[in-house]
Design a protein around this ligand. Structure first.
Ligand SMILES: [Zn+2]
Length: 78
């Protein structure tokens, strides 16, 4: 059975975020982009998702870390 899932991962081809996947999909199963029909292994799609998440999260995490470091250094300089 094929069902459509909505994921927060964007299709590397068209940026669509809905994929068709078999029931009980495994990491080595292929899922199909609903937008352009691009097929990708679930494991690869997950990896792309991790990369996409990093691009969003890292700049924000960096800011927080810089703030923390500044605070820490201020405390020591006094
Ligand atoms: Zn697509």
């Amino acid at each position: 059975m094929i069902k459509t899932i909505h994921v927060s991962i964007q299709c590397p081809e068209c940026g669509h975020t809905e994929f068709e996947q078999p029931d009980n999909v495994q990491d080595d199963d292929f899922v199909k982009c609903h937008g352009c029909g691009f097929q990708i292994m679930l494991a690869d799609l997950k990896e792309i998702g991790v990369e996409q998440a990093k691009e969003i999260v890292i700049p924000e995490a960096k800011k927080e870390i810089e703030k923390m470091l500044k605070k820490a250094f201020k405390g020591r300089l006094k």
